[in-house]
Design a protein around this ligand. Structure first.
Ligand SMILES: Cc1ncc(C[n+]2csc(CCOP(=O)(O)OP(=O)(O)O)c2C)c(N)n1
Length: 107
């Protein structure tokens, strides 16, 4: 099972990540880290209102994974081959894992 979220959305689901660790659920958490709330940013632009509060600095997901006793890997969005390998490797372990994709903030 794969759980895909942005860096913003991931922060609303930290308790669920910890449950996956405690219950040894084979869930792969994939975080698309674009360093901001792009969806909200785009909506504000579309509504022609000033864009505010859309670029909060995300947590250090590697440290977060360590604190949660989660396996952690990171790769750039520009390297889908590496991402595919990380995903396959993590799936083989049958353990929960966190993979962070470093993405550009491009509203
Ligand atoms: C509990 C909760 N609080 C606030 C929101 C409002 N909200 C919708 S999308 C979003 C930010 C999304 O950012 P991210 O997950 O990084 O995705 P991106 O749009 O950057 O790809 C927020 C705060 C929400 N959906 N749920």
């Amino acid at each position: 099972m794969i759980c895909i979220s942005g860096d913003g959305g991931a922060q609303f689901s930290l308790a669920e990540m910890l449950v996956a660790v405690q219950e040894s659920l084979p869930i792969l958490f994939v975080i698309w880290n674009s360093n901001g709330y792009q969806e909200i940013d785009s909506s504000m632009r579309a509504a022609k209102v000033p864009v505010v509060g859309c670029d909060p600095e995300p947590p250090d997901f590697e440290s977060l994974a360590k604190a949660f006793r989660l396996s952690f890997k990171r790769c750039p969005a520009s390297d889908p081959k590496t991402f595919a390998r990380l995903l396959q490797d993590a799936a083989k372990t049958k353990r929960p894992a966190l993979i962070e994709i470093e993405a550009p903030y491009c509203p």
